[in-house]
Ligand binder design. Structure first.
Ligand code: KG4
Ligand code: ZN
Length: 337
């Protein structure tokens, strides 16, 4: 049995987890800061970093306790070292380096996006390659071809804003609070998604601008939070449909081009119920296998970071103790170790 502790602090969640043998999650603790940042309509990096410092020790201790584990049973420490907010990344990274040094444990440097992809394996350890991996989060919308496990070739990315960012900005524009994604998902359930015809493109900034223009024309732009009218619900449902259709269409095209029949849909936006339904429908129609992580491991968490750490440990890719955070780390670029 191999046991890895994962640590994740790239944005506004302080998270730690204990995972055995690649995909058996013994514990996963996530301290969310959403309530702190809500008042500002988005994440304030300095506040987030300070909160991580306050929470990190407790979160790691809780993860070990809930797993019924002590450091003596642990074989490695996996930590997100990028991409993300640099001040935030440094908190988790410094904690992981200190533990690795003091306990003489391997330090495993994980790319946050790699973590999102590996989150699908917690639920579906039998995923086969080649596969396409779509990461749709607040910071990224990227499609990778994985010819084999642990190999990532970028094949498409949004030209500008990430899909989750567009959800959050549209939510803010229409007075729905932060983060906009889950709220738009909820409000769209009793709305008409055909009410507005928004552009279908892998440019989510362009889509957001189209929503803003229509909202301005109809006097729907809201400062602060407000109870949404039916018009607002129809508008966000139509926006959500445009995002979902663009993601599904681009992924399906890549499946055909690359002759791949397995797709992993990961990242916070993969919680979206409309996106899940659309991919399920496509999977059925096209005979594809589409795998989602369980909702618990879809938004930022540390179980996915530990899960990714196994691949590094198995391949002997140990990070040096002077490893630095890399706010703009790319997936598919040279791996550390
Ligand atoms: O992966 P994640 O937790 O953090 C990043 O790595 O960015 O993703 C957070 C993003 C936010 O933009 C949030 O609005 C979005 O995921 N999100 C959703 C839903 N749940 C979270 N977007 C649409 N529908 C949802 N149900
Ligand atoms: Zn993420």
């Amino acid at each position: 049995m191999t046991r890895i502790v994962g640590i994740e602090t790239s944005c506004d969640e302080t998270a730690a987890a204990v995972v055995d043998d690649r995909s058996h999650v013994r514990s996963s603790v996530v301290a969310s800061q959403i309530d702190v940042h809500r008042a500002f309509g988005g994440v304030v990096p300095e506040i987030a970093a300070r909160r991580h410092i306050e929470a990190i020790d407790v979160v790691i201790s809780q993860a070990l306790e809930q797993a019924g584990s002590s450091w003596n049973d642990v074989d490695g420490v996996a930590v997100t070292y990028g991409p993300g907010l640099v001040g935030c990344l440094l908190v988790g990274l410094c904690a992981a380096k200190a533990i690795a040094w003091q306990r003489e444990l391997p330090l495993l440097a994980v790319n946050h996006l790699e973590g999102h992809v590996r989150s699908a394996f917690i639920e579906h350890p039998d995923i086969e390659f080649p596969a396409l991996a779509l990461v749709v989060s607040g910071g990224h919308t990227s499609l990778y071809l994985c010819p084999e496990e642990d190999v990532y070739r970028g094949i498409a990315r949004t030209r500008d804003d990430a899909a989750g960012e567009a959800f959050d900005k549209v939510g803010k524009l229409l007075g729905l609070g932060y983060p906009g994604g889950p709220e738009i998902d909820r409000l769209s359930r009793d709305a008409n998604e055909q009410a507005y015809d928004f552009p279908l493109d892998f440019s989510f900034s362009g889509l957001k601008t189209a929503v803003r223009q229509r909202a301005q024309q109809e006097g729907l732009v809201t400062v602060g939070e407000a109870t949404p009218t039916q018009r607002v619900k129809d508008m966000v449902a139509s926006f959500q449909k445009a995002v979902v259709d663009a993601l599904v269409e681009r992924t399906l095209r890549a499946c055909r081009q690359e002759s791949v029949r397995t797709v992993l849909v990961t990242g916070g936006v993969a919680c979206n119920s409309r996106l899940r339904a659309a991919f399920a429908e496509v999977a059925e129609r096209e005979g594809l296998r589409v795998c989602f992580p369980s909702p618990r491991y879809t938004t930022d968490n540390a179980a996915m970071i530990a899960a990714a750490g196994f691949l590094h440990l198995e391949r002997g890719r140990l990070a040096p103790l002077d490893l630095n955070a890399d706010a703009n780390l790319k997936l598919g670029a040279t791996l550390v170790g």
